[in-house]
Design a protein around this ligand. Sequence first.
Ligand code: CTP
Length: 396
Amino acid sequence: MKKVLLAVTSGIACYKALDVCSGLKKKGYDVTVIMSENASKLISPLLFQILTGNKVHTELFSLEDTKVTHINLIKENDLVVIVPATLNIISKLACGINDDFISTTLSATDPYKTLIFPAMNTRMYEGFACKENLEKLRKYGFTIIEPDSGLLACGDTGKGKLPQVNDIIDEIVFNLEKSNILKGKNILITAGGTKEKIDPVRYITNKSSGKMGYALARQAAFLGANVTLISTDTNLNIPNHLKTFIKVSSAEQMYNEVMNYHKNQDLIIMAAAISDFKVKNYSQHKIKKSEMKELKLDLELNKDILFELSKIEPRDFTLVGFAAESQNLKENALKKLKNKNLDYIIANDISNQAIGFDSDLNKVFIYDKELNESEIEMNTKDIVAKSILINIFDKL
Ligand code: CTP
């Protein structure tokens, strides 16, 4: 289990550190919190202690400590994150000032394993002291995550807002999990369910949430790949550190974008649920009930993107399709592998509610051209995605 040291200082946004802490715990990380004295006046350290199950440290000289706590905390953790980082802690860290527990602890950190999330009033953030001290920290090797712009707690509008909790968690997880296994590889992934318009207000779609495609994109980025994600509109956070993100709606738009981006890819994974058909006569105006003499929609076939990709010569990318089946899983998956001339097909059983559409879990079988089968046990879609990527690349 990887360990995170979460340093909380007294910006107004420090209440968000509670959600960051709880989000990291839910993802399975062991979190220890240290707080500045002022932060501990704004939020009770006890709350963090309950959330993490670990002692919260705030004092430099505590009679309870039998070890040199501030040094041990730095040595024991895989990553240090400062959320939020006030101008005070940024300046102390840049200048080597150690006058309390948190600044003394942070002065022993490895800059390359430390993320700083500044949050403060715009005038302070853009003022001389912050600029110069952040520049210094960057030069030492610290990673500074720029704050968002918007309405601040003091009523001013501008840069200085702590980013959204999900974005903070994604950035922390990225830094904990990143590796070079797929460094230099170009990977194109499609995700989500397409929408086929009937008229300006109606469309045909499917139950795909996009979660599996997003998990593949996130994990491929963690593994160091240059990821292009082509996705329909979903409710999901766009993963950090993608090379390119393209939003599409219909199968036709997805086809056009895949064809735009397929060159120079090492691997293409079609995880999107693409409509096999579209409406033949799209109505420019909203169809009235009275106009529908017969309740009938004329449909025509969409292009099969995988099949079109499989015909490209020379084919210098590995092509992977998904087969979401509710019956005869293996038989149907192998048919798609053969008919669409794929290198791999990933089969999942959508009749199983625990791993069906919109679930956070999945369990898949990977089949290659020689019909070898690899089973990936039921797990979160992120873990399954990582296993799929490693499995495929191992065999290339
Ligand atoms: N796919 C595609 N283009 C389409 C339809 C599907 O590229 N027009 C891709 C999907 O992204 C997936 C694979 O083909 O990787 C299998 O999709 P699926 O909907 O399971 O299969 P179909 O080929 O559409 O066959 P059927 O609907 O009869 O099961």
